[in-house]
Write a protein that binds this ligand. Structure first.
Ligand code: ZN
Length: 778
């Protein structure tokens, strides 16, 4: 039976990506920081992608962040989100294009789909009949061909078109693109769509495609015996615009013990011998035709109506997990209900009657997610580690935010990606700020440091194109982290209450449509009554980052402080509200100053003499900080140690680690744990055990901004300490180290990684520790 829930489901669409559209996947966790290059763990997903040009796993990825390795582990990488879309695009699918099919010249859009699809999961095979109703939405340009005699679609090139017919039953000719891997299909109409006078707007065409084929599995789009997920980006149906809002009716045939979910409401299911047939229909236009199916071990549930206090939720949350995960699935559903409530208050009501959460991405480790209208697909680790403190805290808040942006308000262009990924990240921060302020602060501290790590900084205006142009680490640092900080900075320009009004109005005005950054800017200007061109030019189009310092001047009275706030790298119109904390013997006094241009004088008084002033204590303004600058210097220094290690120059590499530590003696950038771990590992490889041992001791006592990365380094420090003891012949001590490591109860202990000494060998700290504990015992 189905996941019935009554209602619809969705995907993670997120957006990330690229798609304007649509969808993204979201992997979690990312952190990036790459102080050095560490080989990444083989992606398990590789198995899913053979032959498709996915990068070999053994690629060295720069990461400071072991954390990255952590999340990434399996494959799809774990980044915070993977742009799904993008990723898929980038990995191979259709190299030539970026995102979804664009509406074509004389604007054509899909208005309705009726799709009947059946799957043979073990063969990766689908067969479908898709009827698409198109509408001309713009007048033809005067000089163009006055009639439309061919329509260009996109359909996955692995799918063989058996037939295309029009509404009158004429068989239509078509041409597939000659370019390898191109999804383009040009369909020649039997009767051109004619202009009526000068307008064609409103003219309709209805075409029916019959097609079939085997889709090679990708990390985010797959048909396998363990499950099916086809995002819009897979182009599993003929599309002119992947994120068009359409009314949709989809009938999905899967093996009899399977369940299938898509957007809309379930219309019931029937069984037909070895098959089960699920019918879904939308009651309003939605921006996706993604579908997910999975071997079911029982119905989905529970349907929450009342999660915590009144008033009852106007929608259901349903989870489709196997019985052994039912409990954590329930807790996940409760959190999702809380998120839907929070965002409904912030943006406007959740637009569907149900949110269904489905476990997908079989055999992929790390936090991976995909949001679609009314449903969310997550990887197993998301369910398994949901309750573990510090495990990808922004993952669910980010994914659920996508239900509003960009699923309900889609992106006009890929370049408008700030309104999808950055906004989801900002909303996730807002949610965490209420629920778990310590995590929210850590999220900001990490972003303030890592957002400024890429060299050079790319402009945010690249939007989802970043996924294709840059690696994950730069994309995450830019579109997610820096983009989120720009939303926070906007709060200091028009204030938070107005940002909230803008977001509500933006949603109300554009729900069911595509919107651009220009639309968003107009709304900010409308609500604040100010010209904000400088803000968008500077933070979205530009790549300069302000530097802010305070210059004290002599005060007239003992309890008065005066001086100037100096902002460098800013235009004359630059204008933010800067908070300052005045420390006094009687406690801190808060003050704020609206700056204008580069130099703003201020005077403030406190009840007692001011001993110290901290500017922008909550880091509300995106700007250079000492932590960001030191991080950047450390990364620059450490960038080459991967090569030194490969060349066997362990002492030289270790020396560079020591120099990097000296760049930040106060550990303001919070990289000390990771650098010491690398140092210990390099010393170990150089067989300098006496020097390595205490470095690992320090790693155990240190932490970082990413709790999972910290745990990973601690657990592996135990592995190295146990190995050292073992090589010294201290069997009991080795065993004690191994057992101390096994006592670390963190998902990081289970994370499979590989190290530069054996890039092809992937293992977890737990496996190594168990072996060391056993071996020492004999
Ligand atoms: Zn996302």
């Amino acid at each position: 039976m189905s996941c019935h829930i009554a209602a619809p489901v969705h995907k993670c669409q997120v957006a990330d990506a690229v798609s304007r559209r649509r969808n993204s996947v979201c992997h979690a966790g990312q952190n990036e920081a790459a102080l050095r290059e560490i080989p990444r763990p083989p992606q398990r997903a590789r198995n899913d992608n053979q032959g498709n040009g996915v990068r070999p796993l053994s690629v060295f990825v720069a990461l400071l962040a072991l954390g990255l390795a952590f999340f990434a582990q399996a494959g799809a990488r774990a980044y915070g989100h993977m742009p799904l879309q993008t990723r898929a695009t980038r990995l191979h699918l259709f190299p030539e294009q970026t995102k979804s099919g664009q509406a074509q010249r004389p604007g054509l859009t899909a208005e309705r789909y009726e799709i009947d699809v059946s799957f043979q999961p073990e063969k990766g095979f689908l067969r479908a009949r898709a009827e698409v109703t198109l509408r001309v939405v713009e007048a033809l340009p005067p000089q163009s061909n006055p009639s439309l005699d061919a329509i260009e679609f996109e359909l996955n090139p692995h799918l063989k078109i058996l037939e295309i017919t029009d509404a009158q039953g004429h068989k239509l000719g078509f041409d597939r693109s000659g370019r390898l891997g191109s999804p383009k299909v040009s369909v020649r109409l039997a009767e051109p769509i004619k202009r009526a006078g000068t307008q064609t707007s409103g003219a309709l065409a209805k075409l029916t495609f019959t097609y079939e084929g085997v889709l090679p599995p990708q990390p985010l789009d797959y048909i396998t015996k363990d499950g099916i997920l086809l995002r819009d980006e897979s182009r599993w149906y003929p599309a002119v615009d992947l994120s068009a809002f359409t009314e949709t009716q989809i009938t999905i045939t899967v093996p009899s013990n399977w369940n299938a979910v898509t957007s809309g409401q379930p219309q019931g299911s029937t069984s037909a011998g070895p098959a089960a047939i699920y019918r879904w229909r939308t009651s309003r236009a939605v921006s996706s035709r993604a579908i997910v199916a999975f071997p079911a071990q029982g119905p989905c549930g529970p349907a929450f109506r009342e999660v915590s206090p009144l008033p009852p939720l106007p929608y259901d949350v349903s989870a489709c997990f196997p019985p052994e995960q039912a409990k954590s699935g329930d807790r996940l559903a409760i959190e999702i209900a809380a998120l839907l409530r929070t965002y409904s208050n912030l943006e406007g009501p959740y637009p569907h009657s149900t949110l269904t959460i489905v476990k997908g991405f079989p055999n992929q480790g790390g936090a991976v997610g995909y949001s679609a209208p009314g449903f969310l697909v997550v990887s197993e680790d998301v369910v398994k580690f949901h309750d573990y403190p510090g495990y990808a805290p922004e993952f669910l808040p980010h994914e659920i935010a996508h239900q509003w942006f960009p699923i309900e308000v889609t992106l006009a262009r890929e370049e408008d990606g700030w309104l999808a990924e950055s906004l989801a990240e900002y909303l996730a921060w807002r949610y965490l700020r209420e629920r778990d302020p310590a995590r929210a602060r850590r999220m900001v501290a990490q972003a303030m440091r890592d957002a400024l790590a890429p060299e050079p900084l790319p402009p945010l205006s690249l939007g989802l194109r970043l996924f294709a142009l840059e690696g994950e680490s730069v994309t995450h640092a830019t579109l997610y982290q820096r983009g989120m900080l720009v939303f926070r900075t906007l709060e200091t320009v028009i204030d938070r209450e107005r940002v909230d009004r803008v977001l509500r109005e933006y949603y109300q005005r554009y729900a069911g449509k595509a919107a651009s950054i220009a639309d968003f800017r107009r709304l900010c200007e409308e609500i604040s009554g100010r010209n904000l061109r400088w803000f968008f030019d500077y933070f979205i189009e530009g790549t300069r980052i302000p530097q802010m310092v305070i210059r004290r001047t002599r005060s007239a009275a003992p309890n008065e402080v005066s001086g100037e706030i100096i902002l460098r790298n800013v235009p004359p119109e630059f204008n933010v509200r800067v908070e300052m904390r005045l420390e006094t013997a009687g406690g801190p006094v808060e003050h704020s100053v609206a700056t204008r241009g580069e130099v703003t004088p201020f005077t403030a008084t406190a009840p007692q003499p001011v001993t110290r002033i901290t500017l922008d204590p909550d880091q509300r303004i995106l700007r250079w900080t000492e932590a960001a600058e030191r991080n950047r210097r450390q990364r620059a220094l450490l960038a080459g140690i991967g090569k030194l290690e490969q060349a066997g120059q362990f002492s030289r590499a270790a020396q560079i680690c020591t120099q990097a530590l000296a760049l930040d003696p106060e550990n303001l950038a919070s990289n000390e744990q990771q650098i010491r771990f690398e140092l210990g590992r390099l010393l170990y490889r150089g067989e300098r055990f006496t020097a390595a041992f205490p470095e690992f001791e320090r790693v155990l006592a240190l932490g970082s901004l990413d709790p999972m990365a910290s745990d990973l380094q601690r657990a592996w420090s135990r592995v190295f300490r146990a190995r050292i003891e073992s090589r010294r012949g201290h069997a009991a001590a080795a065993r004690a180290e191994a057992q101390a490591g096994l006592a670390i109860k963190s998902p990081a202990v289970q994370t499979r990684v590989s190290w530069p000494d054996a890039p092809a060998r992937e293992s977890s700290a737990a496996e190594e520790l168990r072996a060391l504990a056993g071996q020492a015992a004999h």
